[in-house]
Design a binder for this molecule. Sequence first.
Ligand code: GLT
Ligand code: MN
Ligand code: MN
Length: 387
Amino acid sequence: MAYEPKPEHKFTFGLWTVGNVGRDPFGLPTRPPLEPDYIVYKLAEIGAYGVNLHDNDLIPVEATEAERERILKRFKKALQDTGLVVPMATTNLFGDPAFKDGAFTSPDARVRAYAIQKTMRAMDLGAELGAKTYVFWGGREGAEVDAGGNVLDALAHYREALNFLAEYSEDQGYGYRFALEPKPNEPRGDIYLPVVGAALGFIATLDKPHLFGLNPEVAHETMAGLNFVHAVAQAIDAGKLFHIDLNDQKMGRFDQDLRFGAENLKTAFFLVKLLEDSGYDGPRHFDAHALRTEDEAGVWEFAKGCMRTYLILKEKAERFGRDREIQDLIGAYKVQDKALARLTAKYSRENARALKGLEFDREALGRRGPGLEWLDQLTVELLLGVR
Ligand code: GLT
Ligand code: MN
Ligand code: MN
């Protein structure tokens, strides 16, 4: 069957995504909760590769040691029965009112210590399940008002916590790579490290920057009005694309976490093309959920739709690469000049002198039409299935 998801495609979902019960700030859940092991069997059935989780998606915060063991046994059996893996784990540092004014960045030392303790325990759980990527989404790390004068302190606390946890991981031999997930706002009025670029800058200030990278999310950069494909490209360029959250989003709205490709098809296309062309070999994780209107059948249609759209766009990207006319237009667009490229590739006094002595026909450069309208139209036609 065409566009059939298989484990080799590395599609993953969070327990919290297909398990989303449709609660929103104005309304109660519209769907009953699904058991974690049931989710594993269903995901395997539809061709997923893995399942990701927050500590409390699996183990309730109040669970006793015995309950933890019982839940883990059932979950591990489901993984074993299906061959599904847990590539990524993370901590719920946002649901509990204790974290209402931040977790790692809380002004209260007790909250910060509790957040680090909770994360160490969640890292133990993730490691036990085989996870190698650990995500930090700092949903509550932010503020509504700046009267507390907290931002510089908050960043220092954030750094301290991440440094502590990276050492913990190494000390335990867990081998985690950490992926920071930026978001501009929601649930806080302003979240620290709001976009990919901010997180990249912050990573450079950590003790072990090589252990830290990004988990960019389509919806989050789009909420900030930014071009997600550009953000991911910058993360790849920096060697920092450790994980990715695929979904969709209308600009200027609350975080919608729509089915992948549901809204901005062209962006989704260039994103898939970038991921495939760049050789990114991590999981294609869908951090999205079914519309609140849907019942359970709708949830599985949503999940299948995410994967199917990815595979269709992957095929379109291959077609784009094979399309002679499109490739010729791109070839003409990128004007090559070997002699000039040699001069500008690297500074030397000779190169600088030679470059200074050249004459350029500015007017001709300004007159040139690069052919982008036609190239883009061909892209649209390819996506619409008429070429
Ligand atoms: C939450 C958030 C997501 C994050 C998850 C990981 S939790 O659903 O909206 O973007 O990726 O903590
Ligand atoms: Mn989101
Ligand atoms: Mn996410």
